[in-house]
Design a protein around this ligand. Structure first.
Ligand code: HEC
Ligand code: HEC
Ligand code: HEC
Ligand code: HEC
Ligand code: HEC
Length: 325
């Protein structure tokens, strides 16, 4: 394995010094700009191209350039108070509290350093011996503990944001230690670092996680939030929807899931339609199973349930289930 260049360790030492001198309650302006250059996502990409590529497709990479966010900022007198989570300094100095705002490279959004940089360098789950990287495995990067990383930004009610980490902490997922990354960053087996000049892997194949960060914009992932069943009980139909996500669904003000139940009559024609709208005002709570009852179409033999996700003027069908009896 070829060693990382010496500049990396130098920059990380500078960076750690910068973090150490930064006041805990500061707005980030105290951190010297020179130190920050070493942790631009583009720099990490030199050796971590596949992970950097995944991250570039994630909502975290767009956190400061997303048009809806820019539009919301444009209406505010003091938009700086919104910057902390959308262009953060590393969260590890203030775990669980909203991060300080970064003064440089804001367009990089929630960058690599936001999660990985701590006082001793760059931390991760394995403790691999790369220069400039923290030498010990950091227990913060396990499924149960990484929730504390996410909590800095995903546990506050501000703008359209809802406190999803609070939901999770009170749920069966917390009891089982099934943290946010278990669902949002699926397992991926591969080498994690590459020599920039040759592209050759500089370490073994490891069991890591995708940095693409699955969200409700991925229809299959959105569908995995629901377990759905329809049964006929005498003259009534019962629809049951169980929340399979680690928090309330939907998880952002403005997002809506429509669950449409359509019955078929004895000839298989559509007969009767019911619509259940899940929104921030009427979410499916964590661990909840909701039951809806409808009058069964006489002689009816089946029903169809279609789940549609609606957001920002776009409607996407995420799941379709057929039931018969
Ligand atoms: C405590 C951290 C935090 C602060 C401070 C914060 N946000 Fe956010 N913001 C988030 C998170 C986390 C999300 C993503 C939530 C989701 O997708 O469920 C988000 C998403 C958004 C979105 C939705 C973007 C999209 O893709 O549609 C808008 C708009 C937004 N924030 C506006 C604001 C405004 C305006 C402020 C200041 C009043 C602000 N935010 C301050 C954490 C924060
Ligand atoms: C000069 C190449 C190089 C650069 C630049 C680089 N890394 Fe690494 N990184 C490595 C190597 C080599 C490994 C070890 C790979 C292995 O052993 O499988 C590694 C491992 C890691 C790990 C896993 C740590 C662990 O063992 O738990 C993380 C996380 C990481 N890097 C993040 C970053 C971040 C964030 C940046 C940018 C601030 C960055 N790296 C920049 C070469 C680099
Ligand atoms: C430094 C703040 C910060 C941290 C730490 C953070 N997030 Fe986010 N996250 C955001 C912001 C801001 C957005 C909204 C980006 C946008 O849509 O503009 C977001 C969006 C998301 C989304 C929505 C994705 C989508 O496609 O809509 C998911 C899921 C998510 N984050 C999960 C996580 C998880 C899991 C962790 C912990 C491993 C985490 N976040 C850590 C700030 C953060
Ligand atoms: C058991 C799987 C699972 C776990 C654990 C989980 N999530 Fe999710 N999450 C989902 C699914 C499925 C969705 C898509 C449904 C939705 O958007 O509400 C989602 C959606 C989201 C969204 C987007 C919400 C929106 O409507 O914009 C954010 C942000 C998010 N999760 C953050 C987190 C955080 C932070 C944690 C840890 C506290 C976490 N998730 C734990 C499955 C999970
Ligand atoms: C929202 C927080 C977050 C951001 C942003 C983030 N990571 Fe990670 N990263 C994690 C977590 C959590 C893990 C541990 C995954 C696991 O269990 O293997 C991880 C693991 C890693 C690893 C070890 C390999 C693996 O898959 O576990 C490397 C290397 C890495 N990250 C590099 C990067 C780089 C490079 C960037 C920016 C392009 C980045 N990360 C951005 C949270 C983040």
């Amino acid at each position: 394995m070829s060693a990382a260049p010496a500049w990396l360790s130098t920059l990380v030492v500078l960076l750690a010094a910068g973090m150490a001198t930064q006041p805990a309650t500061g707005d980030g302006s105290a951190s010297p700009g020179a130190c920050r250059r070493g942790v631009a996502a583009a720099d990490c990409a030199d050796c971590h191209a596949p992970i950097a590529e995944e991250w570039a497709h994630s909502a975290h990479a767009r956190a400061f350039t997303e048009p809806r966010w820019l539009a919301a900022l444009a209406t505010l007198d003091r938009p700086e108070r919104c910057h902390g989570c959308h262009a953060p300094e590393p969260v590890q100095g203030r775990l669980g509290r909203p991060p300080a705002a970064r003064q440089e490279r804001r367009d990089a959004g929630v960058d690599c350093a936001a999660c990985h940089v701590n006082r001793s360098g760059i931390a991760g789950p394995f403790g691999s011996a790369a220069e400039g990287h923290q030498p010990d495995a950091d227990p913060l990067f396990t499924s149960a503990n990484a929730v504390n990383l996410c909590a800095s930004c995903h546990d506050t009610r501000i703008g359209p944001v809802l406190p999803l980490v609070r939901d999770w902490r009170a749920s069966s997922f917390a009891t089982k230690g099934h943290g946010c990354i278990r669902c949002h960053m699926p397992r991926e087996e591969r080498a994690i670092a590459f020599e920039p000049s040759t592209g050759a892997a500089t370490g073994p194949v490891r069991e890591g996680r995708s940095h693409e960060l699955l969200g409700p914009g991925d229809p299959d992932f959105a569908a995995s939030a629901f377990w759905i069943d329809v049964a006929r009980r005498g003259t009534r139909l019962e629809l049951r929807i169980r929340n399979e996500a680690g928090h309330r669904v939907p998880g952002l003000v403005g997002r809506v899931f429509e669950v449409e139940l359509t019955q078929q009559d004895e000839r298989g024609r559509d007969a009767g339609r019911d619509l259940i709208v899940l929104s921030a005002d009427n979410p499916l709570f964590v661990d909840e199973t909701r039951r809806f009852r409808a009058v069964a179409a006489p002689g009816g033999r089946g029903a169809r349930v279609v789940v549609t996700h609606a957001f920002a003027g776009q409607r996407t069908i995420v799941a379709r289930h057929e039931f018969s009896w």
